[in-house]
Design a protein around this ligand. Structure first.
Ligand SMILES: Cc1cc2nc3c(=O)[nH]c(=O)nc-3n(C[C@H](O)[C@H](O)[C@H](O)COP(=O)(O)OP(=O)(O)OC[C@H]3O[C@@H](n4cnc5c(N)ncnc54)[C@H](O)[C@@H]3O)c2cc1C
Length: 415
């Protein structure tokens, strides 16, 4: 039995451990925190519809325009840090239609693959209530500009072979009756799904432990021992764990580990917020409020609202102006939400998305060492792509050819 250490227990590390364990590996999963990571309080949307990477035309202009607006959903905070400068340069170079054209079919393929793996995962673990929902995702818009953006995205999705239904205001109201009169319409992606990320991660921790995975929490992977150009053991706290393989799934901190392993992995933290509320608006349909980039995830009696993407370093502190921006957006799209109560500051969750400069994940072998694999950089779609990432990593370690083409996701592509 090959011994594999997984460094990082967010959703990517958990699904890597899940598939490695199922493949018969002796797995040790080490996490520096638990349960503090990006995987617990996100919007839980499984989104094959998201085939346009973050690095796309117009995004830099938007970031600059919104930079000075305290409530804006997207902001880039410049820094003199050389890693920031390099990442920013690569992001600028990637934010164009060429990047979208080369990526969208690949993103569709991996998302559909992951969506299928989710369906069988949920079916295998029927005893657990993940709040799994298959109502699709509704992108709502109020402005002509929002309509143009969303119908344009729908055309790209349709080109990729995904179902995307453009709906007028009345059709949108048939799905979600509480929509405000100012909503012009929406695009429904029936293939998208919803899960509770908190229940999912808690379940995986418990399940993996029961299956014999050794889980070590509150211990940071800090250094390594090498032999013949490969990692032979991992040092975390005062303990050393020998390994045949190492899988790095440490979210935004994966770049630090890559540096220890002799290569550069451009990665920035993209902070976002969410909060739970009682579902007093009786919302049924998972949605994204397009102009405000706010996510709406109804879980029966409760609903989670989320948003913002702040590329501004790794501090997890909450900027309440951004949270106010999220709460105020609700009144623009839903009847009866004009005076939506701001959440108590200590109930606001924040998470740091690991963001690569071209908007594509890093999945595969390290460019330097044959027994080290990376799964990170998933940005806004880490939950969506977690099963696919875990399965691909497990296949690669088992010397099986992955079921899908992973050539665009090489961790060494900027090395
Ligand atoms: C507001 C918001 C909404 C979102 N909504 C969605 C959504 O609807 N759908 C979707 O698909 N995605 C969504 N995302 C993105 C998604 O949450 C992330 O892409 C995903 O959680 C990243 O998972 P990860 O495992 O790579 O990183 P993380 O969850 O951050 O996990 C990394 C883990 O590594 C550990 N670690 C770090 N350094 C070390 C070390 N040296 N040693 C050991 N352990 C270490 C950390 O403690 C952490 O537990 C959202 C994100 C935000 C912020």
């Amino acid at each position: 039995m090959a011994k594999t250490v997984v460094a990082g227990g967010g959703i990517i590390g958990l699904f890597s451990a899940y598939f490695l364990n199922a493949d018969g590996h002796d797995v040790v999963l080490i996490d520096s925190g638990h349960p503090v990571n990006c995987s617990t309080g996100n919007a839980g949307m499984i989104v094959p519809s998201h085939v346009i990477p973050l690095a796309a035309p117009g995004v830099v202009a938007k970031g600059l325009k919104w930079m000075f607006s305290p409530k804006s959903p997207f902001s880039l905070k410049f820094s003199m840090d050389p890693d920031w400068a390099r990442w920013g340069w690569l992001f600028l170079k990637s934010a164009n239609s060429k990047n979208v054209q080369r990526s969208f079919m690949h993103l569709k393929e991996i998302s559909i693959y992951s969506r299928q793996l989710y369906a069988s995962f949920v079916n295998t673990h029927k005893e657990e209530d993940f709040y799994w929902g298959e109502k699709g995702l509704l992108m709502l818009y109020r402005s002509r500009h929002g309509e143009k953006e969303e119908t344009g995205a729908a055309r790209v999705a349709a080109l990729a072979g995904l179902e995307a239904r453009v709906l007028d205001a009345a059709e949108v109201r048939d799905i979600e009756p509480g929509i405000s009169d100012s909503v012009r319409g929406g695009v429904l992606y029936p293939g998208d799904a919803l899960i509770s990320p908190g229940i999912l991660t808690t379940f995986l921790y418990k399940y993996l432990q029961e299956k014999g995975v050794k889980i070590v929490t509150r211990r940071e992977v800090s250094s390594f021992r090498f032999s013949n150009g490969n990692v032979v053991s991992v040092i975390a706290g005062d303990k050393e764990y020998t390994c045949d393989f190492l899988v790095v799934t440490a979210g935004t901190r994966s770049a630090d580990i890559a540096r220890e392993l002799s290569f550069r992995l451009p990665l920035m933290a993209g902070k976002g917020y969410s909060f739970m509320s009682r579902n007093t608006l009786e919302l049924k349909q998972p949605a994204i409020l397009s102009e405000r980039k706010v996510t709406v995830s109804p879980y029966r009696d409760t609903v989670r609202f989320g948003g913002t993407m702040e590329i501004s370093g790794r501090a997890r502190g909450v900027d309440l102006r951004k949270v106010k921006g999220i709460a105020e957006s609700l009144g623009l799209y839903y009847e009866g939400a004009a005076n939506f109560r701001l959440p108590e500051p200590d109930t606001v969750w924040s998470g740091l998305r690991p963001v690569s400069p071209d908007g594509l994940p890093y999945i595969g072998k390290s460019p330097v060492m044959d027994n080290v694999f990376f799964g990170t950089g998933h940005s806004m779609i880490g939950v969506s792509l977690a099963p696919a990432t875990g399965k691909i990593i497990s296949d690669l370690i088992g010397s099986d050819t992955p079921d899908i083409d992973i050539s665009l996701y090489s961790p060494g592509r900027f090395a």
